[in-house]
Write a protein that binds this ligand. Sequence first.
Ligand SMILES: Nc1nc2c([nH]c(=O)n2[C@H]2C[C@H](O)[C@@H](COP(=O)(O)OP(=O)(O)OP(=O)(O)O)O2)c(=O)[nH]1
Length: 129
Amino acid sequence: MTVIVGAAVVRDGALLAQQRAWPADHAGQWELPGGRVEPGETEGVALYRECQEELDVDILVGARVGQDIALPGGKVLRIYAASLLSGEPRPVEHKALRWLTPDDLADVDWLPADRELLPDLRLLLTPPG
Ligand SMILES: Nc1nc2c([nH]c(=O)n2[C@H]2C[C@H](O)[C@@H](COP(=O)(O)OP(=O)(O)OP(=O)(O)O)O2)c(=O)[nH]1
C-alpha cells in the first residue's frame, strides 16, 4: 500500500498549509506538506525529507493526527503533528504558504482528503482545558 505522509506543522497556534502549483486539476488547492514514503524510508524520515524539499526547513515529527484517509488509486493519506526545528518555511515548489488559525481553517480550498481531516486539525490547534 502506498502511504502519503503529511505534516501538520503547528507554530503559535497556527497550522502551516501550502497551495499546490500542479497538476492543473489541483493547482490552487491547499494541502499539508508531505508526499510519498519511498522504499526503505520510515514514515518519519519521509516527512522530514519532504519538508526539507518543499519548505527548506527541518521538522520534529510527533504523534499521528486523525485516521488514514483513502486516496484514489489505493493510496492513503496519513498525517503526523510536527514542529519546526530550524529554518523559516518558504514555498520551494508551491504557489504560496499560509499559517491558518482555527478560524481560518475552513477558509481555504483544501484537497478533498484534507477537508475530511479538518475536525482533527482543529483539535490539534485547540489547547486542552
Ligand atoms: N503532500 C500531500 N499530498 C496530498 C495531501 N492530500 C492529498 O490528497 N494528497 C495527495 C496528492 C497527491 O495525489 C499525493 C501526493 O503526491 P505528491 O506529488 O505531493 O507527492 P510525491 O511527489 O512524493 O508523489 P509522486 O509524485 O512520487 O507520486 O497525495 C496532502 O495534504 N499533502
